[in-house]
Write a protein that binds this ligand. Structure first.
Ligand code: KG4
Ligand code: ZN
Length: 346
């Protein structure tokens, strides 16, 4: 079975072609995947400009699709489905993706599998590296499980009875953790997206600055990252006043900010862990591309309990949309029935 996956929820245009070879053991291969980031477009604005993101998706989708066909010599008639991430996301980006997908599906006479972007992040932890098959990865996850979804748009703690039964325990009340790292990066003069650049800078710094750990004393599983960003901005302004905003200070500031937000999510996750006593902890979403956070998590919860996606698959791409599509193929629709849902939840 061949599934073409398409991702356009935010600022990454992703297309991937996956083939499920042995369905019982869930063996599959990635035939090809294409990804185009829009970092250079949005970096000068310090964040994503939705209308520009949509324009780029519109421009890039046909280019990437043609590139995929050329590199694989695949015949589109042989695709079984087109999986598309229909939300949550930026409305203009989703509309640009939807138009492309509907036209393609009509042209090829294929059905579309609508994929929830958040579920695709969760299912992405099952995508194996090299020889392991999906089945072996599924066996690593012991239910009930706790899932921490940390991305540029979301920060959610979920209790999972299995792969279908979810209960949201808490979420951010303002900024998402990735958004907060991106904004801290901007305060330090780093280009968008700040998360990976802050990580690099923080590696050479010392976490010597005091910053709050928001909401850790509250008896709930919600998060807030807007206040800590303001505290960080005030700290940086103060440092600038004393002419101490040099490279060494920037590294220490990056290390301090990262430590504060990472400790915050770990403290909250630990509270949920103690209350719900899950057998596994899944951590997924773009922010878990961060090696420092992975190490901090392993230190607290141990390697056995934790399930992460492959590092290269943590951030948005078409592979995880095609992959999740496989599990939702029974929801496949005729192209004209496809709708986007910018506010879709888990
Ligand atoms: O999952 P994702 O690609 O998109 C959303 O669904 O939002 O996550 C993007 C977020 C951005 O905020 C980005 O800065 C953050 O993930 N991110 C990182 C790292 N790589 C990406 N944050 C910290 N460290 C990283 N290495
Ligand atoms: Zn994402």
């Amino acid at each position: 079975m061949k599934i073409l996956g398409i991702e356009t929820t935010c600022d990454e245009t992703g297309i991937a072609l996956l083939e499920f070879i042995e369905e019982k053991e869930l063996k599959f291969k990635i035939i090809n995947h294409q990804l185009r980031s829009q970092f250079n477009i949005h970096s000068k604005y310090g964040g994503i400009v939705p209308i520009l993101a949509a324009r780029e998706h519109k421009k890039n989708l046909p280019i990437l699709y043609e590139k995929l066909l050329k590199e694989t010599k695949e015949k589109p008639e042989n695709f079984d489905y087109i999986a598309f991430s229909y939300g949550p996301g930026l409305p203009p980006s989703l509309v640009a993706g939807k138009e492309f997908v509907i036209n393609l599906a009509k042209k090829l006479n294929k059905k579309i599998i609508p994929v929830n972007h958040l579920l695709a992040h969760i299912y992405s932890v099952l995508i194996p590296k090299n020889k392991l098959n999906v089945y072996q990865k599924i066996k690593k996850i012991k239910f009930p499980a706790l899932c921490l979804l940390i991305s540029g748009g979301h920060t959610i703690l979920i209790y999972m009875e299995d792969f279908q039964k979810f209960k949201k325990l808490g979420e951010t009340k303002d900024d998402a953790i990735g958004e907060s790292l991106d904004k801290a990066g901007r305060i330090l003069g780093l280009e968008y997206p700040g998360g990976p650049k802050l990580e690099k800078l923080a590696k050479k710094g010392k976490p010597i600055f005091n910053l709050p750990r928001p909401m850790i004393l509250q008896n709930n599983f919600n998060f807030s990252f807007a206040g800590i960003k303001t505290a960080f901005w005030e700290l940086v302004e103060e440092i600038k006043k004393y002419n101490k905003f040099n490279e060494e200070t920037k590294r220490d500031l990056a290390a301090s900010y990262q430590k504060a937000v990472f400790e915050t999510i770990i403290i909250k996750t630990k509270k949920a862990y103690e209350k719900y006593k899950p057998n596994s902890i899944i951590v997924t979403g773009g922010v878990i591309a961060n090696s420092t956070l992975r190490k901090m998590m392993i230190k607290v919860f141990g390697k056995e309990k934790l399930v992460f996606p492959e590092k290269s698959l943590a951030t948005d791409n078409g592979i995880k949309i095609a992959f999740a599509g496989y599990f939702f193929k029974n929801n496949a629709l005729e192209p004209e029935k496809l709708e986007i849902n910018p506010l879709l939840d888990i």
